[in-house]
Unconditional design. Structure first.
Length: 255
């Protein structure tokens, strides 16, 4: 059954049934959404539902949110004019479901769209032409080519799936001081998704996050070395990420 979502210009509020508590267990839900073989059955998708590859700048945020959710992304609504989420991360994630997404965007159709990266995902943010060129070279050196790429105002977000036991850590750099450096976004980073402002899909050859190109530790290490940093060798404690997740305002380089 397809869940109706108002367009960005429709501010009406549609009634929605309360989310089914049985559908809100985060681990089984994530496994279902990340598996192409069960995705349609688990979240009630039909042939008319929006897919990630169909998203364009004027796509309704609610429909886009459901498309990314079905693909296995932990979506979260964003502020229309500030680079931050509009809800607390962990309570939202605990109740994340198609009904919760539909109900939120029915009431707030102008909220933008973000995602919270989990331990599977890596996003490399090339925020200037020199950084884009540097990332091109690194991909060529390691035989890697991102199959989900989002154009940003000044560069690109390239998405990857981390291989087993690969360690990556979020690290941002000043574009003004280091225009060739590549920002690293890893677990519990917030990233803006299309069709949010200045975010458009440049390439989408995936149906779910499991289709993302996998990268190994050597590629991650090479990115850190390129940035003049020592590669991470241990994961950040969850508690420190949890504190950052509730920050009311993120830096310009965060999204």
């Amino acid at each position: 059954m397809k869940i109706p979502i108002p367009s960005k210009g429709d501010s009406s509020v549609a009634g929605r049934p309360a989310p089914d508590p049985a559908s809100q267990s985060s681990t089984p839900q994530k496994e279902a959404r990340g598996s192409a073989s069960v995705i349609d059955e688990q979240v009630g998708v039909d042939q008319h539902d929006l897919r990630i590859s169909d998203i364009v700048p004027d796509s309704p945020y609610g429909e886009a949110a459901l498309a990314f959710y079905r693909a296995g992304f932990d979506v979260i609504p964003g502020h229309p004019s500030e680079k931050r989420a509009v809800v607390k991360w962990d309570p939202w994630r605990a109740a994340l479901s198609p009904d919760a997404i539909a109900a939120h965007y029915a009431e707030h159709p102008h909220h933008t769209l973000c995602c919270i990266l989990d331990e599977r995902l890596l996003v490399l943010d090339a925020d200037a032409p020199l950084a884009v060129s540097a990332l091109d070279i690194l991909e060529q050196q390691f035989g890697v080519e991102s199959n989900f790429v989002v154009n940003t105002r000044r560069g690109q977000h390239r998405y990857y799936r981390l291989g087993a036991d690969v360690i990556a850590r979020t690290r941002a750099h000043s574009t003004a001081a280091h225009p060739d450096r590549i920002d690293v976004k890893a677990a519990r980073s917030l990233v803006m998704l299309p069709p949010s402002p200045n975010k458009t899909i440049a390439r989408c050859d995936i149906n779910t996050v499991e289709d993302l190109v996998e990268v190994k530790q050597d590629f991650v290490d090479a990115v850190f070395h390129h940035n003049g940093c020592e590669p991470p060798r241990e994961r950040m404690p969850t508690e420190r990420h949890a504190i950052a997740s509730e920050s009311p305002q993120l830096s310009q380089n965060s999204l």
